[in-house]
Design a protein around this ligand. Structure first.
Ligand code: 6CS
Ligand code: FE
Length: 315
């Protein structure tokens, strides 16, 4: 572990989370809270104290069958329609699998569909977001990850915050993702893999970010991947072969909340069946993005909200 970031230098303009440099920097301890409310108000919301404590300790919390399976049907139907929609396939926020015609992700889904927009503001999710972040919130990014059967490729190890900080200009760790399972997630279909406790460290990565990096990184990520030694260290600290990597499993309607800095990855989907998850990234209105810290021009708005930081209102 290296020395902590120099807060005095930060006040003079130095980046608190230096990353994507040519030289390797060692990981250091997190400086921001994980749950952004005091002990007293923590009970104010849908999550129990046990659940909040688990999220704080592990950097994620999975709740199987949070919504009913039937409640997910309308969303799955809408997805099937998107698969047939040629214009949508060509549009900027749609990412295809490397070398294939299959849809990998659709970004900005809450801007495309009223259904999905309403789900981001469903009190059952919105109140969780407010409870964890201790403030009003807005959507920094939304997406559907498709993972078609046989062809769905994986995502290499990364912390989302590392990308959102360097490429989008998200100042601090005051943000988390909510993944909603639309089709069962199991060990065969390329599920999300998380490293418990990894959110407590920031791992700087090596390599300058080229302009328009997102065109590559959303298909296959190479930059922003921590070095093998750091990943190994975090997995060993989390229990190594015994619990160092966790796969939340569950039927449609299950949710996983994971902190913006939790190390995660996923493998290919070699099962015959598609696996679709929805992601809503809730950011605190106190943490709106500024200019990207990597010095590049900002990524497009379908990847990162840059204009509308108005608090989400419940439906
Ligand atoms: O670059 C991004 O913003 C996205 N990429 C990954 C691999 N995860 C988070 C995020 O959606
Ligand atoms: Fe990610």
């Amino acid at each position: 572990m290296t020395e902590q970031p120099d807060l005095k230098a930060h006040r003079q303009g130095q980046d608190l989370f230096p990353t994507r440099l040519e030289r390797k920097l060692r990981m250091f301890q997190r400086i921001d809270p994980v749950v952004h409310v005091g002990k007293k108000q923590r009970a104010d919301g849908p999550l129990t104290e046990e659940q909040i404590a688990e999220f704080e300790r592990n950097g994620f919390l999975s709740i199987p069958s949070y919504f009913s399976k039937e409640g997910m049907d309308e969303f799955i139907e809408e997805l099937r329609e998107y698969e047939q929609d040629k214009d949508l396939k060509l549009s900027e926020g749609t990412v295809l699998e490397p070398g294939a015609e299959e849809i990998r992700s659709i970004f900005g889904i809450h801007r495309i569909s009223e259904h999905f927009d309403r789900l981001t503001r469903d009190p059952r999710l919105l109140e969780i977001a407010q409870q964890i972040l201790g403030s009003e919130v807005y959507i920094h990014q939304s997406r559907i990850n498709y993972k078609p059967g046989f062809k769905g490729k994986g995502f290499n190890w990364h912390s989302d915050f590392e990308t959102w900080h360097s490429e989008d200009g998200m100042p601090r760790m005051h943000c988390f993702s909510c993944s909603v399972v639309l089709t069962e997630n199991n060990e065969f279909n390329g599920p999300l893999m998380l490293v418990p406790g990894s959110h407590r460290y920031f791992v700087p990565t090596v390599g300058r970010t080229p302009e328009n990096n997102y065109k590559e990184s959303l298909k296959s990520q190479t930059l922003g991947v921590p070095d093998a030694a750091s990943i190994t260290q975090l997995v060993i600290e989390a229990g190594g072969r015994d619990g160092g990597i966790v796969i939340p499993k569950g039927p449609p309607g299950s949710i996983t909340l994971f902190e913006c800095n939790t190390l995660h990855a996923s493998t290919e989907n070699l099962s015959p069946f598609p696996r679709s998850n929805l992601f809503f990234v809730y950011n605190s209105v106190e943490n709106p993005v500024v200019e990207p810290y990597c010095g590049n021009k900002p990524r497009p708005e379908f990847l990162a909200e840059r204009t509308d930081f108005a608090p989400l209102m419940p439906v």
